[in-house]
Design a protein around this ligand. Sequence first.
Ligand code: SF4
Length: 489
Amino acid sequence: MTKKASTLKHEDLVDEIVTRYPPKVARKRRKHMVPVNPGTEQKIEANARSVPGIITQRGCCYAGCKGVVLGPIVDMVHIVHGPIGCSFYAWGTRRNQGKAREGGQNFLEYCFSTDMQPDNIIFGGEKKLRKAIEEAYEIFNPKAMSLHATCPAGLIGDDVVGVGQEMSEKLGIPILGFACEGYKGVSQSAGHHLANNGLFEEVVGLDDDVETDKFSINMLGEYNIGGDSWEIERIFEKCGIKVISTFSGNGAFEDMSKSHNAKLNIVQCHRSINYMAEMMEDKFGIPWLKVNVIGLKATSKSLRKIGEYFEDAELSARIEEVIAEEEAAAEKEIAPIRERLQGKTAMLFTGGSRAHHYQFLFKDLGMKTVVAGEEFAHRDDYEGRKVIPDIKIDADSRNITELKVEPDPERYHPPKSAEEIASLKKEGMLSNYDGMLPDMTDNTILVDDITHLEQEMMIASYKPDIVCSGIKDKYIFEKMGIPSKQLHN
Ligand code: SF4
């Protein structure tokens, strides 16, 4: 079967879509849509404010900090300081899976909120926050907590960071305050950055008492949505690679505090965690490597890259054995499905890099991704890290502190020589991400911060066989009679 094309050429479709907007909005949105022409240098606008009223799928800064990065850490109590609505969304649609470590704790099933009421908004809510911390401490006795500010808490000036420090001294456990009010930044992305800064400053490096393994790694930007980290860890373990800590799916405070002892950081979701990868390299000398562990071929490729990095013949041989075994088992299951899926098309609208990673999985199945986009990506997530020096830093990004990190005088131990690392960086193996755009094919569209109108018009033109997106927009596709699969949950 031939692959389905859009009823309109991709460029004409994008031009047609923007005619529906007022001229100023049309000019702005046109820069966020790229009809892909492989082999040419193309540019996209990203990480800019959404047009008010346009129906964006984005989340807020609090969603990025609590919902994405901190929330999946199982052995911390995460208290949301705000009205119950902010907490309910982050808990009621709980998507991360987690298990307690042996003899440890797991608070993922709980929703901790100060449940701010009108009188707290008028007279201040810090008193209520202190009380909530004490209550949670008495009932659950956690080894650490995090506090998350929401818009109302920030607007009245409640100081969650200050309250966290004060209560930390009083109770004798780390209590990390995050001033991640929803309105900061332009999307969830600001919250990821804040969360990375907090974890890096307060947790990473706390525990030096660990035996380091020859092939020890941290898995960054993997959130155990649906239990994927468990499957990935199973494969790593089979290869003889030890995962010290995952940031942050099924993550644990105690694992993260030891994570500075790893020999390599692998990065799955580049956007949400690249700050941590860079800061850990600056302070402890741990290099980072971009991987994709979604899809059979992509996972095998990533495993081989890890083997190549460690330059150990025994490890590489074991990796090849595991790949052969796992691919053969998976192929048995996939083969009959692949036959039915030949030539089918998909659209992918996700928060971050899943829109990139899933294209490989669909390719394994004989399908083509015709439109893809992310909610909170920056230009480097689309065009590759080579564009970072050209990205204009605007007021919204300046809102989030860029930490200045120096090498740790005692614990900066790069696992390879400076020359070797520099050469691997030059080759593009380390500290590199080429972005999603180079992997998209002809007559496809890359779209940033997509709107409902754009989704509807692209679906009408491409008639995809499946749309994979998030909780906010999936109902539109279901009403249109198109199979939809949430990729956030
Ligand atoms: S935007 Fe503000 S009010 Fe809405 S969920 Fe985020 S923090 Fe809460």
